[in-house]
Design a protein around this ligand. Sequence first.
Ligand code: ADP
Ligand code: MG
Length: 255
Amino acid sequence: TGGGEELLIAKGVLMQFGGLKAINQVDLFVKRGTIHGLIGPNGSGKSTMMNVLTGIYVPTAGSIEFAGRSVVGRTSSDIALSGIARTFQNVQLFGEMTALQNVQVGLHHSFASNIVDVALHTSRYTREEAASVERGLGLIEFVGLSDLANEEARNLPYGKQRLLEIARALALDPQLLLLDEPAAGLTAPDIKELITIIRKIRDHGITVILIEHHMDVVMGVCDNVSVLDFGQKIAEGKPAEVQADEKVIEAYLGG
Ligand code: ADP
Ligand code: MG
């Protein structure tokens, strides 16, 4: 599915930590409107690649173009505002805030109220707060958490926390969503729900890069897959092709 146009083009990406090449000359082409899997054994460089794409790290070498513009050297917040949202490998929610409030944090970029508006409850603030609640609730509903909107995030079951993180990332209204092992630690029914939501995100025109360990998730949702091993790309293609690739089988069995 999806058109032929590339939303993200990374070429020759190298990310070196001291003597370690965590990412070693990796090319990554992600077509608009697709779900692109990024898989590989533990320590193969998947999260590092995501950190490079989102400006947490500046790559040692290589180029990264998103929607026709270079990403390299820009700040994380600038990259996020330009349309790349993400979730992290470990849950990073504001535990004492409600589910809705967590999503509203993600919405803040699109509102103009400043601290004075907030303090004085100006009409701009009141108007924007109402709009933010409405959009926040829409996103909460999108990930199936309507019943839990006013629960503190820390009280949500783990699987629901992971979905809430996705809702918060979507609040940025991204063109590209990066998910770092969203299925880790989830039960089978939670994984099924997650798969449905990831597909729904793609069907709304958002391109997804999915880092995933569970082969069944990768096989079930990805349009294309790139495989990393020791920082290098060892295979790429449709999920079925990649799963049958001997280098991939070896990397997983050996790792
Ligand atoms: P994955 O997500 O595929 O499990 P990572 O990208 O987290 O792998 O890590 C790839 C390699 O880079 C590992 O050897 C890891 O220890 C190393 N690494 C990641 N981040 C840093 C860092 N900030 N400093 C030093 N080494 C790092
Ligand atoms: Mg990782």
